[in-house]
Write a protein that binds this ligand. Sequence first.
Ligand code: TRP
Length: 335
Amino acid sequence: MKTIITGDRPTGRMHLGHYFGSIQNRVKMQYDYDTYILIADVQALTDNFDNPDKVRKSVHELALDYLASGIDPKHSHIYIQSLIPEVAELTVYFSNLVTVSRLYRNPTTKHEANQKADKFGESGESITYGFLGYPVSQAADIIALDGDIVPVGEDQVPHIEQTREIARKFNSIYGETLKEPEAVLSETPRIKGLDGNEKMGKSLGNAIYLADSEEEITKKVMSAVTDPSKIKKDDPANPDICMVYYYHKLLKNSNLDTVCSECKAGSRGCVACKKELIKVMTEFLGPLQERRKYYEEHPEEVEQILKEGTMAARIRAQEVMKRVRKSMKLDYFEE
Ligand code: TRP
């Protein structure tokens, strides 16, 4: 069985963008792969080093979001990154194999640093060693567990590319030791916001959280962007430029053909169409929120899941690190 390694930074709650961009894919794949999902608290600290409370709280939230989304602890190991010291060790060895200029060229880190001008300066002049280097630590996350496949959103592809480069470089210097993992993208790697933005994101203010209540969903859907040429309720409109229709499609409304033809014919008002979307969305999120509630009420079960997942990940990392140290001639006092 091939191994999946993937995960997220604990920095807040998960939204539909995360769900369709990566989580759904992991839920589907977990039955056919040995699956390890990490809660990347060390990586979250690279840009939240001054806010440990936020990271700590989000670790718990993320675990709940995973379990709510259908990550099944019988099929997946959910684990906490900082509790695998082997990953920190491997990060140090890997740091010799990456140039600083290569790190500066990573488009994802570059983009993120620009968004955090308050922390890293207007043109990134105050970027930290830790933030610039987090793709190296991410490579260690994947390789320390001998990952074959990494199901992620498209923003992560440059990191997986860097991971592969590091593995190749390691193997060329120290001998064939490490696997070269592969990224796997979802069918819907990026979803648009109800506001028409190309992306859903917390910082964009257009996120629909998996844990949103019906009131929150109603508020967000009612303000969605529709075809601007439709002024009156019975004007015909173009569903292809309507965000409400986009979400009907995304959430697989069984009534989709009717939504489309009525919209085109002008026999469906936007308010009615939005109300239908609210219903589809709350029905979609219902089972997730029920599972979330169960785990919220059973924190000791969540803790046990994380403990067991972490233990399984650690055992794997210890095996891989034996190989790594041997190849690097660091296997002192080994039999
Ligand atoms: N960079 C990922 C994110 O921002 C989180 C992450 C850390 C990750 N280590 C990983 C993803 C290893 C896949 C594999 O969400």
